[in-house]
Design a protein around this ligand. Structure first.
Ligand code: NAD
Length: 487
């Protein structure tokens, strides 16, 4: 059995307690993980705070910080296969996806390496004589980062990269479900030469570890990715210290297909949009909103493609859909499918968890036309597509916005003016037109409504990890006059 350690103040440690990690493809224990509790959290935050203000990190130039980030990026690229295998083993995400995603994670660090010495302050044309006024941009402080089980290296990169570029120090809490890749990543942080305490990586359970981290008095900002219910706890905890938060939460993203769309392309995008990562993707295009005249034709293409998907071991390069990450998740998906069918949704394909080992669930399509199905409102975070149809563009838009979430959306049409109307009308942080699931370090990403607030990616994300300081400098040598008049 493999044993992992966590990383605090430049040291690899076993932790106060330990817990077992399960391989979702077999249901068997495969590794032992360190469990951080309040005392470890406290130690990690104190290390991060000390390093922020004292020692070598505080003295590095921004360019030197950038060089460390480039080195980390190179190490990730060189170790991508190993990291991918660990993520696949610990979370069940298929090796095809983890390999490609982790190779791209290196580019996120490169992007922020380049940004480190482009975070500039400014000089203000102030309305007073003999006065120079500047804004300095300084690191926001110690950042707590909390991520869910899916794509942990990616979801942490969009936090760690900009925070390091800005000069912050941090404590990263890997999910208790599948922490192996992030704990291994800590070894690369160490090898890259970041001073002790800059990046601390721990894992543990939500209440004992995540909550202790969020309410720690020395945490200035909490960058959270997870579900809205947990986010409410995070926000309550942040009140303790009045820490700022950025929240990247779930979604129930609409995928709109008009009759004039290239149906084969739209179907491929829809299949990837909902079944990639076994549906455990925050941007999953989980609500298909299809023009009524092509509904049956489009559904039959989707059904054929869904039934041709190769389900199997996540470590096999040929596998297209692997297991869900946990038994809890498999139970949740199965229960919500049953509830939706009881509410009147019609099963087009899938729907039954298979016999045998592992937390598998087949690609499933539910026709929800005319039904008040929970599958149209509740997030599965699994391979389940819910379908409704529309007659008019206005109806399509109304259905798309009929959600409390607002993370992503897709529109497939050849009609340019209609595409423009919809990209303005859809209430979501990302609109993909005739494409789906494209991401880039250069493009900001984040949600509206229950999908959270704050943006990851792009230059602005690095600025969000800074706070400004206003410097006033009087340039006159004349004595200061009457003290009771403000100037
Ligand atoms: P979750 O909210 O249950 O857990 C996320 C993290 O929060 C875990 O590390 C967990 O230990 C921690 N946590 C739990 N309780 C806590 C508390 N009281 N205080 C602080 N931390 C606590 O999410 P999950 O079930 O692991 O992941 C699935 C969810 O994540 C889905 O809703 C999905 O849509 C969302 N997600 C969003 C994005 C995005 O970028 N918008 C990306 C991936 C996943």
């Amino acid at each position: 059995m493999q044993r992992f350690q966590y990383y605090i103040d430049g040291e690899f440690l076993d932790g106060e307690a330990r817990f077992q990690s399960i391989d979702p493809a077999t249901g068997n224990v495969w590794a032992e993980m360190p469990e951080a509790r309040e005392a470890d959290v406290d130690r990690a935050v104190n290390a991060a705070e000390r390093t922020l203000y004292e020692g070598p990190w505080a003295k590095l130039t921004a360019t030197q910080r950038g060089k460390l980030l480039y080195k980390l990026a190179d190490l990730i690229a060189a170790n991508a296969q190993k990291l991918a295998e660990l993520e696949t083993r610990d979370t069940g995400k298929i090796i095809r996806e983890t390999s490609a995603q982790i190779a791209y994670v290196a580019d996120y660090y490169r992007y922020y390496a380049g940004i480190a010495d482009k975070i500039e302050g400014s000089y203000l044309p102030i309305d007073k004589p003999d006065m120079d006024v500047w804004l300095r941009r300084e690191p926001i402080g110690v950042v707590a980062m909390v991520v869910p089980w899916n794509s942990q290296l990616f979801l942490s990169a969009v936090k760690i990269g900009p925070a390091l570029a800005a000069g912050c120090t941090m404590v990263v809490k890997a999910s208790e479900d599948g922490p192996a890749p992030l704990l291994e990543f800590a070894r690369l942080v160490h090898e890259a030469g970041f001073p002790a305490g800059v990046v601390n990586i721990i894992t543990g359970f939500g209440p004992a570890c995540g909550a202790a981290l969020g309410r720690h008095p020395k945490v200035a900002h909490i960058a959270f990715t997870g579900g809205p219910e947990t986010a409410r706890h995070v926000v309550r905890n942040s009140a303790e210290n009045l820490a700022s938060t950025s929240l990247e939460l779930g979604g129930k993203s609409p995928f709109i297909v008009f009759a004039d769309a290239d149906l084969e392309s739209a179907a491929n995008a829809q299949v990837a949009g909902i079944f990639a990562a076994t549906g455990q993707s925050c941007v999953a295009g989980s609500r298909l909103i299809v023009e009524r005249s092509i509904k049956e034709a489009f559904l039959s293409i989707l059904k054929r493609k869904a039934e041709a998907i190769r389900i199997g071991s996540p470590l096999d390069m040929m596998t297209e859909v692997g297991p869900l990450a946990t038994k809890r998740q498999q139970d949740h998906v199965a229960a919500l499918v049953e509830k939706s069918i009881r509410s009147g949704a019609r099963l087009v394909t899938g729907g039954q968890r298979p016999d045998g080992v592992g937390y598998y669930f087949p690609p499933t399509i539910l026709d929800c036309d005319g039904v008040n199905s929970p599958s149209l409102t509740d997030e599965f975070f699994g391979p389940v597509l819910s379908v409704v149809s529309f007659e008019t563009e206005a109806e399509a838009l109304r259905l798309a916005n009929d959600t409390r979430y607002g993370l992503a959306s897709g529109v497939f049409t050849q009609n340019l003016t209609r595409a423009h109307r919809l990209m303005k009308g859809i209430r979501a942080g990302v609109v993909w037109v005739n494409t789906y699931r494209a991401v880039s370090p250069i493009a900001p990403f984040g949600g509206f409504g229950l999908s959270g607030h704050g943006r990851e990616g792009g230059l602005a994300a690095a600025l969000d990890y800074t706070r400004t300081k206003t410097i006033w400098l009087r340039t006159s040598d004349d004595p200061i006059p009457d003290p009771f008049v403000m100037r």
